[in-house]
Design a protein around this ligand. Sequence first.
Ligand SMILES: NC(=O)c1ccc[n+]([C@@H]2O[C@H](COP(=O)([O-])OP(=O)(O)OC[C@H]3O[C@@H](n4cnc5c(N)ncnc54)[C@H](O)[C@@H]3O)[C@@H](O)[C@H]2O)c1
Length: 250
Amino acid sequence: MFTLTGKKAIITGAAQGLGKAMATALHDAGAEVVILDISDRAQDTAAEIGKEGASVHAVKGNLMDRENLEEAFQEAVNKLEGRVDILINSAGLIERKSAMDFSLESWDRIFEVNVSAVFQLSRLAARIMIEQGSGKIINMGSILSFLGGFNAAAYSTSKGAIAQLTKSLSNEWAGHGIQVNAIAPGYMLTTMNDDIKNDEVRSPQINARIPAGRWGTPEDVTGTAVFLSSAASDYITGVVIPVDGGVLAR
Ligand SMILES: NC(=O)c1ccc[n+]([C@@H]2O[C@H](COP(=O)([O-])OP(=O)(O)OC[C@H]3O[C@@H](n4cnc5c(N)ncnc54)[C@H](O)[C@@H]3O)[C@@H](O)[C@H]2O)c1
């Protein structure tokens, strides 16, 4: 029920962090994977994950550039010989600054990658999935899809939008056999959080807010990613699943 043998997946932002862990887990479950990332590390990550089993490919693309996004998506589809069963939109940006100090250029950059690129990639994938009569789209929300956060207005607004986009696209495409869901991670140990993890004031404040008593690891999101990619979740669509060690329940 959880096997992904024969399935073909595109995962953005998978050169590192949560995306890399999800790419590894989908590969381990049997899927052929394309890592779509702006980073030069994508090639090494693909080689590392794809040593055995189904192929893992790397495609370099900048999701902030709309033309390049389309080209990179097409290159990924070509590598998968025209089929896309799973799209995971994991690439994301954060900038921590007070609202008063935040530039509108940064606001636009964060919205372009965190929201507009997710919308466009989802539509490009759904065109193929509608033809196939099946597909899984998984977006990366955040606990800041629900909470306002602190010094992260653009990011939390973008992740709130992801929760709504997930529901909107689910409503439109559920009848085509496509499930659109989101994962909402809490405080995870990736480079995105190096600054707050190393902040002597904020780090202990955050520790005290996590009922599980620890930060999440990239591997902590992988079970939910495989579940939402597999037939086990075929009747689940339009939901945002927190993977946060209990933060939102507190
Ligand atoms: N780390 C956390 O605590 C946390 C919590 C909640 C949600 N999330 C979300 O999960 C997702 C993954 O986060 P992460 O911690 O793995 O981040 P990360 O910074 O470790 O990795 C992000 C990846 O996205 C890629 N990327 C950035 N801009 C890009 C662009 N313009 N085009 C193509 N690729 C680009 C980067 O090269 C990198 O490989 C993000 O959407 C993030 O908002 C993370």
